[in-house]
Design a protein around this ligand. Structure first.
Ligand SMILES: *[C@@H]1O[C@H](CO)[C@@H](O)[C@H](O)[C@H]1NC(C)=O
Ligand SMILES: *[C@@H]1O[C@H](CO)[C@@H](O)[C@H](O)[C@H]1NC(C)=O
Ligand SMILES: *[C@@H]1O[C@H](CO)[C@@H](O)[C@H](O)[C@H]1NC(C)=O
Length: 349
């Protein structure tokens, strides 16, 4: 071999070496890039894992909270159906309301209905002084979703009808209506022996607690009434042992057998069924309706069962709706409701 070939070979070898070195270097660069990529991916996956772990812990906490809530709701549902069951077993209250068309009637019945709608096991008997039931009370009963109610009519005889212009007018109100309700009860509800009957005018104010008081009555329960008979309170007076009524605070006609207001008592339905002739009367002196009715049930003062925390609480007020002073124009149009416009009709019909 000569020198020239030697040099060529050496050059060739040199080239190969250089190419190899270049290839190796290139590979190395690629690999380190790959490694950086991989490391970045590992880091990102670690971050994702940490995030998911946190999220998982959070979800587990949420699940725990949901389970607690569910338990709570299940308890509430159980309590609620128990309460519904208890409510069903409460003695029924028959609430008798005589009512008559006037400008304030819808307002009064709406207020009363919205009180009564909250009372469990209450049967509302609306007795209208009319020949035909009017639409308004029926619509009210529907709107307030009364399932236990009836709307009947009983016309006050013309010779007894209130004479608005006579200041000494003496016939009592509501007699025909209350008697019609008693008849209705005797005909349709004879078997509800545990029930009580209460006469609730449409313009009084009733605390819900009066209804808890009246459910537990053997014969006749009695309690104080607020703002009645010209006094702030009329109440039975109890013997020191708290079980017996010995007198009353009434100023007006205290000699009455029962000097109490219509709103001051409730009686057991059984008494009404067992005394079929017991009723109210147009032919007793003023203020004697309550006494006449209670005596016709065969009751004596000693039968009175004091309620409302030994007659120390007021759960009913004998409020009265003022006779609204309408303009002559509107007074006349009230007599002919067809003459009213739509919004006026909505106010009173
Ligand atoms: C109403 O009472 C007044 C005054 O007492 C009397 O003049 C009038 O005739 C009575 N009206 C009726 C319809 O009875
Ligand atoms: C409570 O007192 C009245 C009057 O003093 C009495 O007539 C009555 O029997 C007493 N009742 C009880 C349960 O002691
Ligand atoms: C009962 O109360 C009336 C009026 O408050 C009173 O005049 C009368 O003396 C009382 N009767 C008894 C027996 O206490």
């Amino acid at each position: 071999m000569n020198d020239a070939s030697m040099i060529k070979i050496l050059l060739l070898i040199g080239c190969v070496v250089v190419v190899n070195i270049l290839l190796f270097w290139r590979q190395n660069v690629d690999m380190s890039e790959n490694r950086n990529d991989l490391e970045a991916q590992v880091l990102s996956l670690q971050r994702k894992r940490d995030y998911l772990l946190l999220k998982n812990a959070d979800l587990e906490r949420q699940i725990h909270r949901m389970e607690l809530k569910l338990e709570h709701i299940e308890t509430q549902v159980r309590d609620f159906s128990q309460a519904r069951q208890d409510r069903k077993n409460l003695p029924q209250i028959f609430f008798i309301t005589p009512t008559k068309f006037r400008a304030e009637q819808k307002a009064d019945l709406t207020r009363l209905g919205q009180t009564l709608a909250h009372i469990p096991n209450l049967f509302w008997i609306i007795v209208e002084d009319a020949d035909e039931p009017s639409e308004m009370p029926t619509k009210l009963l529907e709107r307030l979703k009364f399932t236990s109610s009836v709307h009947i009519v009983a016309r006050t005889p013309p010779e007894i009808r209130r004479n608005e212009s006579d200041p000494n007018w003496k016939f009592p109100r509501g007699v025909a209506q209350r008697n019609a309700a008693l008849e209705y009860l005797r005909t349709n509800h004879r078997s509800f022996k545990k029930s009580v009957v209460y006469f609730g005018d449409d313009d009084n104010v009733y605390d819900w607690r009066i209804f808890d008081e009246m459910r537990r009555i053997e014969k006749v329960g009695v309690w104080p009434v607020g703002i009645v008979g010209g006094t702030i309170v009329e109440t039975p007076i109890l013997a020191p042992n708290g079980t017996t009524v010995i007198n009353f605070t009434s100023i007006w006609k205290p000699e009455r057998p029962f000097p109490i207001d219509m709103a001051a008592f409730a009686v057991n339905l059984a008494l009404i069924v067992e005394n079929p002739t017991a009723e109210f009367s147009n032919h007793v002196p003023r203020g004697y309706q309550e006494s006449h009715f209670l005596e016709s049930l065969g009751l004596k003062r000693s039968d009175l069962e004091p309620k409302a925390d030994f007659c120390t609480k007021i759960y009913v007020w004998h409020t009265r709706t003022e006779n609204t002073k309408l303009l002559k124009r509107d007074r006349q149009r009230l007599q002919n409701p067809e003459s009213l416009n739509l919004i006026e009709k909505d106010a009173i019909l």
